[in-house]
Design a protein around this ligand. Structure first.
Ligand SMILES: C[S@@+](CC[C@H](N)C(=O)[O-])C[C@H]1O[C@@H](n2cnc3c(N)ncnc32)[C@H](O)[C@@H]1O
Ligand SMILES: Nc1nc2[nH]cc(C(=O)O)c2c(=O)[nH]1
Ligand code: SF4
Ligand SMILES: [Mg+2]
Length: 224
């Protein structure tokens, strides 16, 4: 059985991309080596052995911590039930969730009637059930030295690019020009940290290029 390292589990409303507005269970996995300077979940980057705790401790606290617990997919579904979660859409995020083999978790979720979505940077192989919706938020030229893989790009159901500057649009154009991409995925631009200039650039570019705008709507309403 796969053991997953879990930073947090919570129920909320999907705030980003195609599923915006959908009640969702979020499973945030621990660990990410990509190193985006503006990442809003830096507490998930490191897997420190002394930060391993029980699921009870994680489920009791509300603040962002570097703590995590270890769980099988089966144990996660028991946890959803114990907490009385009603959402039937599962969002697997991180950290970088695709550092883990998500086949078992996504298979079990789909067997139990959930729709499933993965939020990934595309820098690792995406291992999941074929019916999983893959949201790829491509990471290029970050300090960890990772790059978007062709196999992840081809697997993506939507591309949601976090942007603040013209060079981010240019990087996306380079990605979209890759030969492996034979069909056109849905493209979203998401302003980094809801900054004014980033938002203006995203709006103007979406209109010009016929792309979609993704805002981190959960942050506007102050929910996780
Ligand atoms: C925290 S990441 C975790 C999943 C995966 N590592 C990834 O990057 O897609 C989840 C989503 O939040 C986005 N994100 C992270 N920090 C952000 C920020 N400051 N402003 C806007 N989007 C951000 C990422 O680009 C990604 O789409
Ligand atoms: N409400 C809510 N929606 C989200 N969509 C993607 C998130 C993420 O951190 O991956 C996220 C998140 O952290 N909260
Ligand atoms: S890839 Fe995702 S989790 Fe990792 S640093 Fe970038 S935004 Fe954060
Ligand atoms: Mg988030």
């Amino acid at each position: 059985m796969t053991e997953l390292l879990v930073n947090e589990v919570f129920e909320s409303i999907q705030g980003e991309g195609s599923f915006t507005g959908v009640p969702s269970i979020f499973v945030r996995l621990q660990g990410c080596p990509v190193g985006c300077p503006w990442c809003d979940t830096k507490h998930t980057w490191e897997v420190k052995p002394d930060k391993l705790v029980s699921s009870e401790i994680i489920m009791r606290q509300n603040e962002e911590t570097e703590q995590y617990f270890s769980a099988t997919p089966q144990a996660l579904f028991s946890l959803f039930e114990r907490h009385g979660y009603a959402a039937k859409h599962l969002v697997i995020t991180g950290g970088e969730p695709c550092m883990f083999d998500l086949t078992e978790l996504t298979q079990q979720a789909i067997a139990e009637g959930y729709s499933v979505q993965i939020e990934t940077s595309g820098t690792f192989e995406v291992r999941c059930h074929a019916d999983t919706w893959v949201t790829l938020s491509p990471k290029m030229n970050m300090k960890g030295g990772y790059a978007v893989r062709d196999d992840a790009l081809v697997r993506a159901n939507e591309i949601k690019h976090a942007i603040a500057m013209d060079k981010h649009i240019e990087e996306l154009d380079e990605l979209l020009a890759r030969q492996v991409l034979t069909s056109k995925p849905v493209i979203y631009l998401q302003p980094i940290s809801m900054q004014k200039r980033a938002t203006e650039l995203a709006v103007a570019t979406c209109i010009k290029r016929n792309w979609r705008l993704s805002l981190q709507t959960h942050k506007f309403i102050g929910v996780e």
